[in-house]
Ligand binder design. Structure first.
Ligand SMILES: Nc1nc2c(ncn2[C@@H]2O[C@H](COP(=O)(O)OP(=O)(O)OP(=O)(O)O)[C@@H](O)[C@H]2O)c(=O)[nH]1
Ligand SMILES: [Mg+2]
Length: 428
């Protein structure tokens, strides 16, 4: 049976991405299981975040009308939304969880289905609410809702130049996606960094709205390839469950997408395509620290049925590529070949995982500290940022980072491999 997916997007940026994906792809693995959450917008129109999309593609307004009644949930009571304060975004989601739960239940997901949660990490609404919702749905979903363990998260990191509060939000949001109240939270955390995507795409100028639109288009292509192994054209020999189960078992669950699209299979080898994708990481990472790689290749159907590209070739190329460029021999790999009818070029997605978080932390830490140190005890109780909680989040993140670094070190020194050999495994 094919894996069914649902998308839950909270906050303004996430609403744009999820709606754009839904409207552009109408993926049979998703059907209409897309839910847009936001706090009370000042002008009370749930489509406000989408106006910029309608401006360039007016026909998409019809798609929105199709889902607006059952798939748009406005929660919270503060007239200004969460106002960039994640504590407020979280509180509003807690207070209105019953209503949010009803909308999620209406997606009619089964426990084996996969949910993809999307949020921007620099804001207050999505960043505040999504980690809480993931925690609830995984642990204690409540009436009428099955527990979905397979809850993946896509978090968008703020631009380098954004202010201290955005980077403070980002660090707190990342920590809460990874762990919530001392327990592992999202089964997979996929990170996309706005500044990095613009560097890769070579975007230098333009109105903010246009720039977001370009980044969002890149993100929806990523989502499409992420879901592709669940399509009926998939040749994968490994179950989609490996996506979320293995990283959880290992304890490092963060990834970043690397894309290479529209490759001509007459001209480029699979090796060259992987190489080109891995130069396009969507977050600032040092490739050589990667300890996991999930590789999805979507190829023209006739190339696959004709035997010119096979799952076995892909496995071989991926193994060679990973051992040459990532942290070591024991890198966890998963490959999936998808034979898509009607396509003429090859798209590659590498989800690179377990890498050192140094690049991401470096850009946010200074601003994070500055904002944290400026926090007094102001604000009412519901919106006040509790410094003890922030200290606990820091501690969680520190532990997570230490675990990641330890694993990179083990792979680099070849230790992991030695352990396998001791148990009689040969060097694959
Ligand atoms: N890639 C991308 N980033 C966005 C988009 N919109 C906002 N952002 C980034 O997201 C952060 C702001 O988050 P929003 O999504 O506006 O916030 P929110 O979740 O609605 O929360 P509030 O602060 O309560 O409005 C900033 O770092 C922005 O640069 C978008 O459409 N695409
Ligand atoms: Mg907002």
């Amino acid at each position: 049976m094919l894996t069914r997916w649902g998308i839950i997007a909270s906050g303004q940026g996430a609403n744009r991405i999820a709606f754009l994906y839904y409207a552009k792809y109408r993926n049979p693995a998703i059907e209409d299981r897309v839910l847009l959450l936001n706090t009370t917008p000042a002008d009370l129109r749930p489509e406000a975040p989408l106006e910029q999309i309608f401006a360039s593609e007016p026909e998409l307004r019809k798609e929105f009308e199709r889902i607006r009644r059952r798939r748009v949930c406005i929660f919270g009571r503060a007239p200004s939304g969460a106002g960039n304060n994640w504590v407020l975004g979280e509180r509003e989601a807690m207070d209105d969880y019953d209503s949010i739960r009803r909308y999620i239940a209406d997606l009619r997901l089964r426990s084996s289905d996969v949910l993809l949660g999307i949020t921007t990490l620099g804001g207050g609404t999505g960043n505040g609410s999504l980690p809480y919702i993931i925690h609830r749905v995984r642990r204690n979903p409540g009436q009428g809702l099955e527990r979905v363990n397979n809850f993946l998260a896509l978090g968008i990191l703020p631009y380098d130049f954004e202010g201290p509060q955005r980077h403070f939000n980002a660090i707190c949001g990342l920590a809460r996606l990874l762990r919530y109240e001392g327990e592992q939270n999202a089964a997979l955390v996929i990170l996309v960094d706005n500044s990095q995507v613009e560097r890769v795409l070579g975007i230098r100028r333009g109105q903010r709205a246009e720039r977001y639109h370009r980044i969002n288009q890149e993100i929806i292509r990523t989502i499409h390839l992420l879901i592709a192994p669940s399509s009926r054209w998939s040749r994968a020999t490994i179950d989609i469950a490996d996506y979320y189960q293995l990283p959880s078992n290992i304890g490092t669950v963060h990834f970043t997408p690397c894309l290479s699209l529209g490759n001509d299979p007459e001209v480029l080898s699979l090796e060259a395509m992987l190489e080109s994708a891995s130069g396009n990481a969507m977050a600032p990472v040092e490739r050589g620290t990667g300890t996991m790689a999930y590789i999805v290749v979507a190829a023209p159907e006739e190339r696959v049925t004709g035997g010119e590209i096979t799952q076995e070739d892909l496995e071989d190329v991926a193994r060679e590529w990973a051992s040459r460029h990532l942290a070591g021999e024991g890198v966890l790999r998963y490959t999936s070949l998808v034979a898509e009818p009607g396509r003429s070029t090859v798209d590659v997605l590498i989800l690179l995982g377990g890498f050192s978080l140094r690049g991401i932390m470096e850009k946010s830490l200074e601003k994070y500290r500055r904002f944290r140190d400026s926090l007094g005890g102001g604000g009412d109780l519901g919106s006040r940022i509790d410094l003890e909680r922030v200290a606990r989040l820091e501690e969680d993140l520190r532990r997570y980072i230490a675990l990641t670094e330890e694993r990179i070190e083990r792979l680099r020194s070849g230790e992991e491999h030695v352990h396998l050999r001791e148990w009689g495994f040969s060097d694959l």
